[in-house]
Design a binder for this molecule. Structure first.
Ligand code: MG
Length: 319
């Protein structure tokens, strides 16, 4: 995941309010781990740190041990079993693996706590927050534009857009008639709960409204990061492979609804809708499915009916 691939390291996040033009910057600080810099311990060097973190670091980049901050969330520094008798390379790999797992856990735990706060905030205001996820180009923004144009007189809708770069999608949303925040994640491949918090502070969605969060286009990492949403909605277009649910099962397991988009193109592509839905149910028997085309309007009523029904569940006390 992200911690392993490093896409998130030191990411510069920008949160832009399209209504006010206000721009805010966030530093993506990793818990218990500052922005990595190179550090040049060579394999087999006999350097020892102050605490019992004895495995060697053969050139990988991390510097948590050189900072005096507390390691309250994890304990990689106390698992100091002696690697001295092991080959240095093996010892280094084991150490890196342990640190990586601890970092992943710390990052996800911290995100989950913030997501719970967002969720409570939404519940208190009877806001239906949905997290839209897909590959790039599946049609999330187009679906949102259409939804806003069709429903804005019925329900207040606001949008938090996530993309690595550009304000393009938030500008499209604004043009469709809804307030929009653009979160640019820089090198990051997903939105996180703290970015949503910042977006909400600026967006101030109304009581009882609908908040659409369009995640960064990616079927992998966004599955792991809870934003505090009521549900994830995964959008899969017929121009993609129908076996995406099997290839990216975590995302389809995490989603409550699958939207198969661009069905107007179905006659031109080899995409078996029934097979796709069967595969999605294979990884998530509870998943619901709606087939639609934002371009022709086919299937949109089913999507709107789902939104209304889900909205009612948010505004009614749990039965
Ligand atoms: Mg988009």
């Amino acid at each position: 995941m992200c911690v392993t691939c490093g896409c998130d390291d030191g990411a510069k996040i920008t949160v832009t309010n399209l209504q006010t033009g206000h721009e805010e910057h966030m530093e993506k600080a990793m818990p218990n781990h500052q922005h990595p810099h190179d550090h040049d311990h060579q394999q087999g060097d006999s350097h020892h740190h102050d605490h019992s973190h004895e495995h060697d670091h053969d050139g990988h980049s991390h510097d948590h041990h050189t900072h005096g901050h507390a390691h309250e969330d994890h304990d990689h520094h106390v698992h100091g079993h002696d690697h001295a008798s092991e080959p240095a390379a093996l010892s280094a790999v084991a150490g890196l693996h342990a640190v990586t797992i601890d970092l992943e856990r710390a990052i996800l735990d911290k995100n989950d706590r913030l997501a719970d706060r967002n969720r409570a905030w939404f519940e208190g205001r009877e806001i239906l927050a949905l997290n839209l996820v897909s590959s790039p180009g599946a049609g999330k923004t187009t679906l949102l534009e259409k939804t806003i144009r069709d429903l804005k007189d019925e329900i207040a809708i606001s949008v938090i857009e996530g993309d690595q770069q550009t304000l393009n999608d938030a500008e499209r949303i604004k043009a469709a008639g809804a307030p929009a925040i653009q979160v640019n994640t820089g090198t990051g491949c997903h939105l996180e709960a703290d970015m949503i918090r910042r977006g909400l502070d600026s967006l101030k969605p109304a009581f009882g409204s609908l908040l659409m969060i369009e995640n960064v286009g990616n079927l992998v990492c966004p599955a792991l990061f809870d934003l505090g949403e009521r549900a994830k909605v995964v959008v899969l277009s017929v121009t993609e492979g129908e076996d995406k649910p099997l290839k990216y099962p975590h995302m389809f397991k995490a989603a409550e609804l699958m939207i198969i988009s661009k069905i107007d193109l179905e006659p031109h592509v080899d995409f078996d809708l029934d097979r796709c839905e069967a595969m999605a149910r294979e990884v998530n028997p509870e998943i619901q499915s709606i087939r639609l085309s934002a371009r022709t309007g086919e299937g949109l009523e089913a999507w709107y009916a789902w939104l209304r029904a889900t909205q009612r569940r948010v505004s009614l006390p749990a039965a």
